[in-house]
Design a protein around this ligand. Structure first.
Ligand code: NAI
Length: 258
């Protein structure tokens, strides 16, 4: 029987590839994005998140088999934190009751290898306290101090830390909902292709994210990993950040991480 799966960031890149893959397999999808989606909502705002939850609830009839949060922005601006952390966590928490009503519910998010890079601890701490106003204040301070480049890594590190805590809680594991992340290296999506066209920028990115196995990935590669994480077959993996990154994480963090 077709499963009903909500995908954020469905208008582009990884989310779009995932929706196409799921539809080819006969699943029912609800895409969520700023525009060109089944549900249009700005996930950087509380109103947008609430509207997305309400519309998905209506479209799904109160029962959702899976949600995958792909929407994200790579930015040196506080918006990276509001979309990549609060836009993911608040949406997932809002949709959780719909998932809990399904027979084999699953959830997955998209992290990043950037989550292992230097970050703003004060932003991460405010995120994990669910204090969006303070997180935004700290993020603006980082921009003023010239460390805006740490906001994207901060958002992805906070997301991975939230996931590690939430996944094993009564709300998620206790309700039978596996909750995992895929963390890509560099993916050839509209987020990166314009940057990679610049030789100097490509060198910077390849130094920051070395990918000895097969280089930059197509969005469908990440979509395939997400598809397995939300499949009925995944009964026991939860709280994991799956690096689908051409070996970047293993190169950068080395064997001592274990
Ligand atoms: P993309 O730019 O092709 O797609 C991102 C989608 O998110 C777009 O459709 C955009 O409209 C949507 N979005 C952005 N802000 C939104 C908002 N406020 N409300 C609703 N929707 C919004 O990028 P891509 O590569 O597909 O990125 C998907 C995820 O993968 C992101 O979370 C990104 O951080 C992550 N990622 C991407 C990498 C890459 O190299 N492309 C590497 C590592 C992680």
């Amino acid at each position: 029987m077709a499963r009903h799966i909500a995908v954020t960031g469905s208008a582009s890149g990884i989310g779009k590839a995932l929706v196409e893959m799921l539809q080819e397999r006969g699943e029912t999808t609800t895409g969520i994005d700023r525009d060109a989606a089944d549900v249009t909502a700005d996930l950087s705002t509380a109103d947008g998140r609430a509207r997305a939850v309400a519309e998905v609830s209506e479209r799904s009839g109160g029962q959702l088999d899976a949600v995958v949060a792909c929407a994200g922005v790579s930015s040196f601006d506080p918006i990276a934190v509001s979309v990549n952390y609060f836009g993911v966590v608040h949406l997932l928490e809002g949709l959780r009751p719909l998932l809990a009503a399904a027979p084999n519910p699953r959830a997955a998010v998209v992290g990043s290898i950037a989550g292992t890079q230097p970050a703003e601890q004060a932003v991460i701490e405010a995120c994990l306290r669910d204090d969006e106003a303070t997180a935004m204040d700290r993020a603006r301070a980082a921009v003023d101090n010239g460390t805006g480049s740490r906001l994207y890594p901060s958002s992805k590190s906070a997301l991975a830390q939230w996931l590690r805590r939430a996944a094993v809680s009564a709300d998620w594991a206790g309700a039978g909902i596996p909750l995992n992340a895929v963390a890509p290296g560099v993916v050839l999506s509209p987020m990166t292709v314009p940057l990679l066209a610049d030789d100097a920028m490509k060198k910077v990115m390849d130094r920051a994210v070395p990918m000895p196995l097969n280089g930059h990935a197509e969005p469908a590669v990440i979509a395939a990993a997400l598809r397995w994480l939300i499949s009925v077959e995944n009964t026991h993996m939860t709280g994991q950040v799956l690096y689908v990154d051409g070996g970047a994480e293993a190169t950068l963090r080395g064997p001592e991480v274990f």
